[in-house]
Design a protein around this ligand. Structure first.
Ligand code: 8YV
Length: 321
């Protein structure tokens, strides 16, 4: 029997995934779930054959440069990979895998929660009830925005964007989207394509951000582009905080240019821009997009499937490099 490969697992994972890792690998688990600072991560990786990381880890150029040569693979427990220096991994011949598909439905469901929560003022209502401030029903109390029949603009029509569109069709919403490439008709399903995302912004009653954070999308939603949007529009983000210019979004929410925002992701999480907390018209969640037991099991199992394939000499199914 060949000896077990050593995997540094940077975050605490679901019990079934940790049991599988402990059975099949020499797994360095993290029961306390303390996040490794970048310099600690490289040191903790000494002697490891692989890393199983999450989007909360900084696996940037400085960390990749310091990794020991023993590390041959990095499996990230996420579909996003902007926390990893992919080019640096390529240069060092380190295989990187991610977890597409298994979190599509959970993240799309959560996006609908953001849309409904922001449009129907669910956060304000919940706080009112919880704080004992609800004096009773009133015809004009907490009037929100109707979503049925409205135009949803989706920025980034990948797996998650398309799953959001499928759900929004159930709410009789009209779908417009902007994406690097126009989708084939069977995926587009009648959605209106905008090669120019700014043209889409002008149409949207609700904007859903579903694109990855890349140099091109960073701070995409800035003051000028918010200015192109309809008065009273709603913005939701279940992708990455970096796509939004927080100061511009906060100013637009304060001024009433935008009716509300539903946000599950933030720049520099969990240190979100404090002004968001003070605004009544924000519906804020702590990065819950993929947080269901089924999905987190699925993500963990995908990471292990990919490592199994890599160490068996096969191409991992979800290989990025
Ligand atoms: C995760 C995510 O919860 O997969 C992603 O890219 O943003 C979320 O689904 C988290 O990032 C796990 O690492």
């Amino acid at each position: 029997m060949p000896s077990k490969k050593t995997v540094l697992v940077t975050r605490r994972l679901t019990p079934s995934v940790e049991a599988r890792l402990a059975r099949d690998y020499d797994a360095r688990l993290n029961p306390a779930d303390e996040i490794y600072a970048p310099d600690k991560l490289a040191a903790a990786a000494q002697g490891a054959d692989a890393l199983l990381v999450a989007a909360t880890d900084n696996v940037g150029p400085a960390v990749i440069a310091k990794l020991p040569d023993s590390v041959r693979a990095i499996a990230t427990f996420s579909v996003g990979y902007n926390h990893i220096d992919i080019e640096g991994c390529k240069k060092r011949g380190i295989c990187v895998t991610y977890t597409p598909d298994v979190l599509t439905d959970a993240t799309a469901d959560l996006t609908m929660l953001l849309i409904l929560g922001a449009a129907r003022r669910a956060g304000e209502g919940e706080r009112m009830v919880r704080n004992g401030e609800w004096a009773g029903w009133a015809p004009t109390q907490l009037l929100g925005t109707h979503v049925t029949g409205k135009t949803l603009g989706i920025l980034g029509m990948g797996r998650i964007g398309r799953a959001v569109a499928d759900r929004a069709r159930g709410f009789a919403m009209r779908i417009h989207y902007s994406n690097r490439k126009r989708l084939p008709a069977d995926q587009e399903k009648g959605a209106v394509f905008h090669a120019d995302p700014e043209a889409m912004l002008k149409q949207a009653d609700i904007l859903s951000i579903n694109c990855p954070a890349t140099p091109e999308t960073t701070r995409f939603l800035d003051a000028r582009r918010i200015g192109l949007m309809k008065d009273g529009a709603i913005v939701v983000n279940s992708a990455r905080g970096a796509v939004v210019d927080d100061h511009a979004l906060i100013a637009a929410l304060r001024a009433g240019k935008l009716a509300s925002a539903g946000l599950d992701v933030f720049d520099r999480e969990p240190d979100l821009e404090p002004a968001y907390r003070g605004l009544a018209n924000t519906f804020l969640l702590p990065h819950l997009g993929s947080a269901t037991i089924e999905t987190r099991d699925g993500m963990g199992n995908k990471c292990v499937d990919n490592l199994d394939a890599f160490f068996a000499g096969r191409t991992p199914p979800d290989r990025l490099v």
